[in-house]
Ligand binder design. Structure first.
Ligand SMILES: Cc1cc2nc3c(=O)[nH]c(=O)nc-3n(C[C@H](O)[C@H](O)[C@H](O)COP(=O)(O)O)c2cc1C
Length: 218
């Protein structure tokens, strides 16, 4: 399959569903820096009426990063603490639970976003390891030809990272690096993360209210 075709297909999580409240998405947060971006994504999907269900998986190593970056420690009530309230539509699965619904292609998911995506998780996905729920759900997403968006974060990249990004892209994933914009002059990191998430979701076919749009001529 040509990479160009798969990228076009993978660009829109909303392809199969335009009905209100019928989308079913998987979100993973892994142990790369940028937990605030993952938290903003969960907030946005909770608030989006087009989305009925979000399956959330946090890798074990993401917990360490969330403790460092967000001051959120441990797995207990993680969603409540990330969202600041009880989730209405988001359910959490343990990364060791390879028997969860999203581990099977028979489960009707519309796609998956990994934000942030560590180089370790990228390597697992790019090489088909499927040895954790995150890697397995991503593997299933690719084999079912559903959209997979990998928001990778590392700097600088070594050749292994670059090769794995190419492998994942060739398999149909969209590599959407955590590189926020500055031309919208974000006031703080939360605003920066919000606008980045707006770009991810616009790319996925879920344009968000309040998304910054560059209009140089006005
Ligand atoms: C504070 C902190 C920041 C990190 N930032 C990154 C990062 O930006 N990118 C990355 O690939 N790994 C980063 N790591 C290392 C990953 O957490 C580590 O490779 C881990 O094994 C990834 O596991 P996971 O993919 O299962 O979450 C960071 C670790 C810590 C503690």
């Amino acid at each position: 399959m040509k990479a160009g075709c798969t990228m076009q297909r993978a660009a829109n999580l909303n392809d199969k569903s335009n009905e209100s409240g019928s989308m079913n998405l998987t979100v993973a947060i892994t142990g790369a820096s940028g937990a605030v971006f993952g938290r903003e994504l969960l907030h946005a999907l909770e608030a989006d009426a087009r989305v009925a269900r979000v399956h959330f998986v946090a890798s074990e190593n993401s917990l360490r990063v969330m403790a460092e970056e967000l001051g959120v420690s441990g797995r207990h009530d993680l969603l409540e603490r990330l969202l600041g309230k009880a989730p209405a539509k988001t359910v959490q699965h343990a990364d060791v639970n390879i028997g969860a619904s999203i581990a099977s292609g028979s489960y009707p998911s519309h796609g998956m976003i990994v934000l942030p995506c560590s180089m370790g998780t990228l390597a697992a996905i790019a090489n088909g390891l499927a040895d954790s729920l995150i890697a397995r759900a991503a593997d299933v997403t690719l084999k079912e030809r559903r959209p997979l968006i990998l928001c990778v974060r590392e700097t600088p990249f070594n050749r292994i990272h670059l090769r794995n990004m190419m492998l994942a892209a060739e398999a149909g994933a969209v590599i959407f690096p955590v590189i926020p914009a500055f031309y919208n002059r974000p006031a703080d990191s939360a605003e920066m993360a919000r606008q980045f998430v707006n770009r991810v979701l616009a790319h996925a076919g879920l344009p968000q209210p309040g998304a910054y749009v560059w209009k140089p001529d006005e």
